[in-house]
Design a protein around this ligand. Structure first.
Ligand SMILES: NC(=O)c1ccc[n+]([C@@H]2O[C@H](COP(=O)([O-])OP(=O)(O)OC[C@H]3O[C@@H](n4cnc5c(N)ncnc54)[C@H](O)[C@@H]3O)[C@@H](O)[C@H]2O)c1
Length: 245
């Protein structure tokens, strides 16, 4: 088992990639905090993990709310005693709206959830990780953090910023035992893209297919594990070759 007895907080874990990460991390021996604004969905994932013999706790969290984030960390430390892994996975999409099509409240919402949320969760877990001199953080960015055309103005800006934030964190805290990396998925079949997937041309992807959420979860397991001990500040595409063209 690659994550035996590690304690992992995964945000947005009620659905899609976060759910796959929660289930896969649990199968690798981690204890999981299934954190999501959708509490019933989070409970379902925690129950699935328990049914497989793993340990999980569902917590309702709006990652933009400081009080929720503080409670998340307190609850995790009370239940499991430490935090080894944070996966900043929760995020929303902007349906390709250009800058002129994006109003101020839409811009604020995307930036708040996709960028400020990871900052808030990271700042909440870092002190306990630094106290122990170890910890790893994985930010789920996107190929929209590397190139244009895979999201609208706010989404693209938020995901580019998440990669910049990842690099900052990695350089600031690597010497204190903290590893921070980003994953940049291409189109992955999840509820987030269910309304648009039929309009995304699969022929533009060298692998000629969309990704599976479990494939992203396996990359997250690697980054969270000791096998990735020398990987700091990377932004790794998992996109069927989309960004190599
Ligand atoms: N699906 C794709 O093709 C794709 C591609 C690249 C990147 N991503 C990124 O991957 C991540 C996961 O996406 P997904 O496709 O699994 O989406 P999803 O919609 O299936 O899951 C997102 C989860 O985040 C939760 N969430 C939303 N706002 C929240 C908040 N304020 N606080 C707490 N939880 C909140 C939702 O309830 C949901 O359970 C996102 O950051 C997304 O931007 C997705």
């Amino acid at each position: 088992m690659k994550l035996k007895d590690k304690v992992a907080i995964i945000t947005g874990a009620a659905s899609g990639m976060g759910k796959a990460e929660a289930l896969t991390f649990a199968r690798e021996g981690a204890k999981i905090i299934v954190a999501d604004i959708n509490f019933s969905g989070a409970e379902e994932v925690a129950q699935l993990i328990s049914a497989e013999g793993g340990r999980a706790l569902a917590i309702q969290v709006d990652i933009c709310q400081n009080s929720d984030i503080k409670q998340l960390v307190t609850h995790t430390l009370n239940q499991f005693g430490r935090i080894d892994i944070l996966v900043n996975n929760a995020g929303i999409f902007d349906h390709y709206k250009t800058s002129l099509e994006t109003n101020e409240s839409e811009w604020d919402k995307i930036i708040n959830i996709n960028l400020k949320g990871p900052y808030m969760a990271t700042n909440a877990v870092l002190p306990t990780m630094l106290d122990r001199g170890e910890g790893t953080i994985i930010n789920i960015a996107s190929v929209a953090g590397l190139v244009a055309g895979k999201g609208g103005a706010a989404y693209t800006a938020s995901k580019h910023a998440v990669i910049g934030y990842t690099k900052h964190l990695a350089s600031a805290y690597a010497s204190q035992g903290i590893r921070v990396n980003a994953i940049c998925p291409g189109t992955i079949i999840t509820p987030l893209v269910k309304d648009i997937i039929n309009n995304i041309p699969v022929e533009n992807i060298p692998a000629k297919r969309f990704g599976q959420q479990e494939e992203v979860a396996e990359l997250a397991v690697f980054l969270a594990s000791n096998q990735a001990n020398f990987v700091h500040g990377a932004a790794i595409p998992i996109d069927g070759g989309f960004t190599i063209q």
